[in-house]
Ligand binder design. Structure first.
Ligand code: PMP
Length: 386
């Protein structure tokens, strides 16, 4: 039987405690959610500003569906282009203060398509080892030679650039701005300096930075004051913007080029009217309501301080600069058991294991809509852990 290997592989996955299956959440997303008929405090969401369940986004999606229907019904270059798409792209460009932007049907597709368009087998990519799966697979799809540098290690990156850069035509340095499974951030100004020195393009994935970092909330590029430096900014509409979709923002020529060369933009159906309208509304709200971001950071600082003071010694708080806060745990079986302890106590906390990450960890993500009593309960359970 040619398919028998699948069951064998599944058995191996189970044995290693790597087996995963989705959890069904009922009702709207938020700081509290309904799961298996019970109410849980949610520490596992990317909806940092609490917008995914906001009535204003829901109404924008409903209105757009009433006007334009449910599906875009074609790729953007054929019959799937709607006025809402250009409005959203203009709003993203204004928010990011770039010349233009292009919206993809997901962040994953944005990364795949952009890397595949920018470089090919004559070229080279230098990538942080902790980069998101979509960047890793985009690099593979591009056909370029890929050198992974150790996480955030710029000396190692410099050495790799010195050794290999000159053997290739174009060069791209690519990094997450906020590392999704650790919560620390990249050293963007220094990466851009290396880009200048070695003639490399620099691409930054702002999936977890957008809506969270910077005085205007536009991301780590703003936070680091790097807006005027030439770079390729990618992001997603699916986290702080509470919708679905991805984008690339940058110069007009970059965006024009991607519209002609990125296969995951050209050959896929345009973003749905509902998702497009919801994201557009989210960008308006997040600029008009900076108090949401302020509340998020208040929660982040409070939780970090309390965990630093109270975490039992067998747990290690990983370095983080963001609302993603991870506690390292010795192995996959232990993290699964701890995840269950939190579940039993009515808290939804992610237990993240290999192969997603190199070492097992509890991953807590904070939202602007968490209240003091939510954080108190989380700390209470951490203190009870042995
Ligand atoms: N980049 C990073 C860093 C991410 O964390 C994610 C989502 N987990 C993506 C890209 C993909 O974005 P999307 O969910 O919109 O496909």
């Amino acid at each position: 039987m040619v398919y028998r290997w699948i069951d064998k592989s599944l058995k191996t996955i189970h044995k290693a405690n790597w087996y995963r299956s989705p959890t069904e959440i009922d009702g709207r997303p938020g700081a509290e959610i309904q799961l298996d008929g019970r109410r849980f405090i949610n520490f596992a969401s990317n909806d940092y500003l609490g917008l995914a369940g906001d009535d204003r986004l829901v109404n924008a999606a409903v209105d757009a569906t009433n006007t334009y229907g449910t599906g875009s019904s074609g790729s953007r270059l054929l019959s799937g282009h709607r006025p809402l798409h250009r409005q959203l792209e203009a709003a993203i460009a204004a928010f990011k203060q770039t010349e233009d932007a292009v919206v993809f049907s997901s962040g994953y597709l944005a990364n795949l398509g952009t890397l595949a368009a920018l470089v090919d087998r004559r070229d080279v990519i230098f990538a942080d080892t902790y980069n998101h799966s979509s960047l890793k697979n985009g690099a593979l799809l591009s056909g370029a030679t890929v050198f992974d540098y150790p996480h955030n290690d710029l000396d190692a990156l410099t050495a790799l650039l010195q050794q290999h850069r000159s053997h290739y035509r174009r060069c791209l340095i690519v990094t997450d701005s906020v590392f999704s499974m650790d919560g620390d951030i990249c050293q963007l100004p220094e990466l851009l300096d290396l880009g200048d020195r070695f003639e490399c393009m620099v691409m930054v994935d702002e999936a977890h930075g957008t809506g969270v970092f910077g005085d205007r909330g536009s991301g780590c590029v703003e936070y680091f004051g790097c807006r005027d430096r030439p770079l390729i900014q990618m992001g997603t509409l699916s986290k702080a913007l509470g919708s679905l979709g991805g984008y690339v923002a940058g110069s007009s020529s970059l965006v024009e080029f991607l519209r002609n060369r990125a296969p995951t933009w050209i050959y896929t159906t345009g973003l749905s009217p509902a998702d497009t309208a919801a994201a557009l509304r989210a960008i308006e709200i997040l600029q008009k309501e900076p108090q949401r971001r302020a509340k998020l950071w208040e929660n982040v600082n409070a939780l970090k301080q309390r965990l630093t003071e109270t975490l039992p010694p067998q747990f290690q708080l990983l370095p983080s600069n963001s609302p993603i806060i991870c506690v390292r745990v010795k192995d996959a079986a232990t993290v699964l058991a701890l995840g269950k302890t939190f579940r039993d106590a009515g808290l939804f906390v992610s237990a993240v294991r290999p192969p997603t990450v190199p070492s097992s960890r509890l991953r807590v993500t904070l939202m602007a809509t968490h209240e003091r009593h939510h954080l108190d309960r989380l700390i209470e359970i951490f203190l009870k852990l042995k």
